[in-house]
Design a protein around this ligand. Structure first.
Ligand SMILES: NC(=O)c1ccc[n+]([C@@H]2O[C@H](COP(=O)([O-])OP(=O)(O)OC[C@H]3O[C@@H](n4cnc5c(N)ncnc54)[C@H](O)[C@@H]3O)[C@@H](O)[C@H]2O)c1
Length: 278
């Protein structure tokens, strides 16, 4: 990404969105940062050298995303990059997850991406230039217990975005899927925690486990994403865990859940042993 290029980032008030804003700001990009959390956006702005255009909005509200696209076009003239990044999750079983929680996740993670793509795409196609980067997850590649709504939303983002690979051929516009593995952000803290696993896990213990398991920092994640965008990658895997799980899924499309379970049990046993000895 070059100085003067215009980048729109949703979910820019925390985590990956904030780290991307910091990296693109250091490259001299003009930034448009959107999030539902106004104070998170203020904190991101405070971490930047240049003044960004800040917009508090809910990506699950189509009219708000469309209004953002119109105002960006007016203020900045064009957009070079849109990163549809805002996301949330709920921790519950398929049997028990409420429709309300399922819809909350789908509305933000999937519909937010659809609105963010469709709102910005026509002007990019007209200008024959631009990149739409949609944040899925490694959970858009492998299924995970207690993450059915999140998995469904992230598989949907992947399918929706991969369709654009061919549809946009020859238009000058590119669509990119981003699949981070575990990144040290606030995502588990904002998670709706409804049900523990059989070992009695709760929100605090799940958060502690996530913090231990998530090895990649938001800054490293942002470097990998921007590197992939600059190379022209269609799919960007972030972190050794994402690369490994993607390989495992391709090697054993139906056997991978048992392999993951086996390694998870070994990690849990190691943690339990460590806890006992301290
Ligand atoms: N952290 C990880 O391990 C991980 C792994 C794979 C994918 N991801 C994806 O990366 C993206 C960024 O997540 P993160 O890890 O930085 O989490 P985060 O919680 O730190 O940041 C998410 C941001 O999205 C914003 N947001 C939530 N709902 C919104 C809405 N309705 N409208 C606008 N903004 C909203 C939040 O306010 C927050 O600032 C998400 O799509 C997430 O699913 C994260």
């Amino acid at each position: 990404m070059k100085a003067g290029q215009v980048a729109v980032i949703t979910g820019a008030g925390s985590g990956i969105g904030r780290a991307l804003a910091q990296l693109l700001d250091s490259r001299g990009c003009e930034l448009v940062l959107a999030d539902v959390n106004a104070s998170g956006l203020d904190e991101t702005q405070a971490a930047l050298k240049r003044k960004a255009t800040i917009q508090t909005l809910d990506v699950s509200k189509r009219e708000q995303v469309e209004a953002l696209a119109a105002s960006v076009e007016q203020q900045h003239g064009h957009v070079d990059l849109v990163v549809n990044n805002a996301g949330v999750t709920v921790h519950d079983t398929v049997e028990h997850v409420s429709y309300e929680d399922f819809e909350w996740v789908m509305n933000i993670n999937f519909w937010g991406v659809v609105y963010g793509t469709k709102a910005f795409l026509p002007a990019m196609v007209k200008r024959k230039s631009g990149v739409i980067a949609n944040v899925s997850s490694i959970f858009g590649i492998v299924g995970w217990p207690l993450q059915s709504a999140y998995n469904a939303s992230k598989f949907a983002v992947r399918g929706f975005t991969e369709v654009l690979w061919r549809e946009l051929k020859g238009t000058g516009v590119r669509a990119v899927t981003i699949h981070p593995g575990g990144i040290k952000t606030n995502i588990v803290r904002s998670m709706r925690f409804r049900r523990g696993s059989t070992d009695g896990a709760n929100h605090d213990s799940t958060t502690r486990l996530f913090d231990k398991m998530a090895r990649t920092t938001p800054a490293q994640c942002a470097e990998i994403i921007v590197g992939g965008l600059e190379r022209g990658d269609k799919r960007i895997l972030v972190g050794a865990d994402a690369v490994m799980l993607d390989r495992l899924q391709r090697t054993s499309p139906t056997g991978y859940p048992s392999v993951i379970e086996y390694f998870e049990k070994r990690v849990e046993a190691r943690h339990a042993k460590k806890k006992k000895s301290t």
